[in-house]
Design a protein around this ligand. Structure first.
Ligand code: OGA
Ligand code: MN
Length: 288
């Protein structure tokens, strides 16, 4: 097994990988497994200044797992994140500025991981932030863990888009309505034995709770997960590559001037683990 050296980027989440250059990325056959192990442990891996182009990114990420394909992009495995009007998804990327997990609205399990490489960076702002809901779950009280294990949350496309378009046209509402709502448990008990919280901008309401009360709880959980001391903010330089564990890390794009170019190439590792919480016997949780 390859060994990679890493350096912590913040107290709760993220490491920089120090000893991987493009040559090692291409030739070290054991590197993908080492990266996946480090990803599980640290949540975010930063490779500074690698400078991968889109085909090289798709090639390396294809060795980490199966990649999502977006047929409307020239290399379907590599989606450009930009506000260029020619970008087929530009209008939906606005909501990337809210804390979210990717894929909560899909029928398939959420992606295992996301990968971004910076092609063009904003002159100011445009950082990406990450915060761990594994660690947020660990910090819950025993009573909260027990209460939250019973909660189910509805996620909608409207919930996420309304942040960016608070006054939608009937055509926008009809378009948003075409994406079916999804219901997920609030707590995701994963095969690894870890638990994460399935929260963020896609959440609409908590089933069985009064809407205001459910909203307040969902907002409070995001707020507790993302206090400044728990957030890793990555300020991009051209060529940086970041991989994050999408099963337990919220992420968001920081503000920047959207009239100016900012281009990220994004690859997505498909997930194979549905969001579910298998009931544990009473008393099996860790003491807290
Ligand atoms: C994403 C995303 C944030 C950013 O690619 O899923 O949310 O900073 N990107 O571009
Ligand atoms: Mn995202």
């Amino acid at each position: 097994m390859a060994v990679i050296s890493v350096e912590k980027l913040s107290e709760h989440v993220g490491v920089a990988v120090l000893d991987v250059d493009v040559e090692r990325l291409r030739s070290d056959e054991d590197l993908p497994a080492a990266c996946l192990t480090a990803l599980e442990e640290h949540g975010v891996l930063l490779f500074r200044g690698l400078g991968l182009d889109a085909p090289a990114q798709a090639e390396f990420c294809g060795r980490l797992g199966t990649l999502a394909r977006m047929p409307r992009y020239p290399i379907p495995e590599v989606m450009q994140i930009s506000f260029d009007p020619d970008n087929p998804n530009a209008e939906y990327f606005r909501s990337n500025d809210r804390w979210h997990l990717d894929g909560c609205l899909d029928a398939a399990p959420p992606p295992k991981a996301g990968v971004l490489t910076a092609q063009v960076v904003a002159a100011q702002g445009g950082e990406t932030e990450f915060a761990s809901t594994y660690s947020a779950y660990e910090n819950l009280s025993a009573a909260e863990k027990e209460h939250f294990a019973a909660l189910r949350v509805v996620h909608t496309f409207e919930a996420v888009q309304r942040h960016s378009y608070p006054d939608p046209t009937p055509a926008q509402l009809a378009e948003w309505d075409r994406r079916p709502a999804r219901t997920h448990p609030l707590v995701w008990g994963q095969r690894s034995g870890r638990h994460s919280l399935v929260i963020g901008a896609t959440t609409s309401h908590v089933i069985g709770m009064e809407p205001g009360e459910g909203r307040a709880l969902l907002d409070e959980l995001v707020q507790r997960t993302t206090t400044p001391d728990r957030v890793l903010r990555h300020a991009w330089s051209v060529g940086d590559m970041v991989i994050w564990d999408n099963r337990g890390l919220l992420h968001r794009a920081c503000e920047f001037d959207r009239a100016q170019p900012r281009v990220m190439n994004r690859t997505t590792l498909l997930g194979d683990e549905p969001i579910q919480l298998v009931a544990e016997p009473v008393g099996a949780g860790r003491p807290s």
